[in-house]
Design a protein around this ligand. Structure first.
Ligand code: NAP
Length: 496
């Protein structure tokens, strides 16, 4: 399929080398890695395939740059972040097209991600000048307590393919604001958005070495030596729980401070008193945003038995009416899955549920032809032993089960090793609070199907990880607290 002039222009505009120490360079040995359009299966670009030597050079650059970046005036750091924000804002449409070409989601959704991703740069540009310590008189009255908040040091960031830009800016924004430097390794399926971001930061005047981007086909091999390197002071990983567990083990080597944004299995609870139309709209957003390829994606719908069949029919009508196709085409609402492995996993989970008695209300099959498309699907009467209730689906499939009491709903919601986000729809405030307090997740959407917000702490509990991204909490991840015990030899004074 021939690329349009716009597609060629945005792809040609991306530098496909490694960005190390403020310079663009080929991988040592010159190897490259192909990037595919998941809507067609065609190769759209080749990027440098970093070796261990390249990764080491990137860390050396981040380590060197930290010596000066940490001392750059907060206002100057803020201004660079703000300039990057403005540049992204001005180029949002071309960045969205680029993202769709490598990741597949419809351009309208890519635009949504660009805005969301960019909000982290704006938010943290505003926070950079407000990183404060504390000063108090200690309880005996004789001493003083001073706390300093200092940048932790060079960071490693590893990001997934599902949100190619936002999963980077959630880390890069606060890191740069606090005075940290970083090496970023995006997913091999979607390196182009991160490379475009590096170009933007270069244009915004970010000094060389503060942000380094390495793209690679063998992540494990090139990242492990860095994770075990004492020059690194912080790692933030967004990706699957199995890989996260492996990286936690590796980080033990040098007791590295880590943040883990891992997988999810979000329950979506609809109570008998819910505004059903609002619940269906919320469900559509929670399930179908990013084609279901989101850690926050509603993975299981637990609906009160009194409204289950009406909710299922309404949701099936909406989901069954979504237009599936290449995300660059007008009116497309659901793009392809990222690759054949992901599509096969989704198909297996649906087949397993149907084999165990689930009813297909809409969808339920692969879409024939090029690309990795799967029909938006709603399943009713899903039995408890269906694998898709316990595994992360990561696809456009909504399984519905029922409950009869609030206690049953809470128990079902918590019956998973994950704990990222839950959604609940009810018009009873008392019930809402009882349920919220009983849910074991880091985030909750009350009568809304989306929680992501640059000003709020995003993150999970249980095997969904630890650490928070966004809001003031997001800064804490990049700051060390240093406390100075001061003997000033005097009683409390006006200093109090
Ligand atoms: P993944 O397979 O865990 O990969 C994530 C990143 O880790 C990629 O950059 C990958 O590189 C890299 N990686 C893989 N193995 C590695 C290793 N041994 N050492 C170092 N790096 C390694 O996850 P994914 O399939 O890309 O993303 C989907 C997962 O991310 C889902 O589970 C989803 O829930 C989770 N996620 C969580 C959040 C959150 O905030 N909690 C947000 C978005 C996504 P390669 O591309 O080279 O394999």
């Amino acid at each position: 399929m021939a690329a349009t002039a716009d597609e060629t222009r945005v792809i040609d505009g991306v530098k496909t080398q490694l960005f190390i120490g403020g310079e663009w360079r080929d991988a040592t040995g010159g190897a490259t890695l192909d990037v595919e359009d998941p809507a067609t299966g065609e190769t759209i670009a080749s990027v440098a395939d970093a070796t261990h030597e390249d990764a080491d050079a990137a860390l050396a650059a981040a380590t060197e740059a930290f010596k000066t970046w940490r001392n750059v005036a907060p206002r100057d750091r803020a201004d660079i972040l703000r300039r990057a924000y403005d540049l992204i804002d001005a180029r949002a449409e071309e960045l969205a097209l680029l993202m769709t070409l490598e990741m597949g989601k419809p351009v309208s959704e890519s635009l949504g991600e660009i805005t969301y991703a960019n909000n982290f740069l704006r938010w943290y540009s505003e926070e950079a000048v407000r990183i404060n310590g504390r000063f108090t008189v200690n309880e005996t009255g004789k001493g003083r307590v001073l706390t300093l908040r200092q940048p932790i040091g060079p960071c490693l960031f590893i990001t997934p393919w599902n949100f190619p830009l936002a999963m980077g800016t959630r880390k890069i924004g606060p890191a740069l604001a606090t005075g940290c430097t970083c090496v970023v390794k995006p997913a091999k399926q979607t390196p182009l958005s991160m490379l475009a971001l590096a170009q933007i930061f270069e244009e915004a005047g970010l000094p060389g070495g503060v942000l380094n981007v390495i793209t690679a086909s063998s992540s494990g091999k090139i990242m492990q030596p860095l994770i075990e390197d004492p020059r690194v002071r912080k790692m933030s990983f967004t990706g699957s729980t199995p890989v996260g567990k492996e990286l936690i083990k590796q980080s033990a080597e040098q007791v590295l401070k880590v943040s883990m944004e891992l997988g999810g299995n979000a329950p979506f609870l609809v109570f008998g008193d819910a505004d059903l139309d609002a619940a269906v709209e919320g469900a559509l957003l929670a399930k179908m945003r990013n084609g279901g390829e989101a850690c926050t994606s509603a993975n299981r719908f637990h609906v009160h038995e009194s409204v289950a069949s009406e909710f299922a029919d309404k949701l099936a009508a909406k989901i069954g009416g979504l237009k599936v196709g290449r995300g660059t085409e007008d009116g497309i609402q659901v793009g392809p899955l990222i690759d054949e492995a992901q599509r096969s996993k989704v198909a297996e989970l649906v087949d397993d549920a149907v084999g165990k008695g689930a009813r297909v209300l809409t969808g339920g099959s692969r879409v024939d032809g090029a690309g990795y498309f799967y029909e938006p699907t709603v399943l009713a009467d899903v039995p408890q032993n269906a694998d898709l209730l316990s595994e992360e689906i990561f696809g456009p499939v909504a399984p519905i089960t029922t409950f009869s009491t609030d206690e049953e709903a809470i128990a079902a919601a918590n019956d998973t090793e994950y704990g990222l986000v839950s959604y609940l729809f009810t018009q009873d405030l008392g019930r809402a609070f009882r349920v919220i307090e009983g849910l074991e997740t880091g985030m909750i959407g009350l009568n809304q199907g989306m929680v992501s917000n640059a000003g709020a702490p995003f993150g999970g509990v249980k095997q969904s990880g630890f650490g928070r991204e966004g809001g003031p909490e997001g800064l804490d991840e990049y700051l060390e607290t240093k406390y100075v015990a001061m003997n000033v030899g005097t009683e409390p004074t006006a200093l109090q």
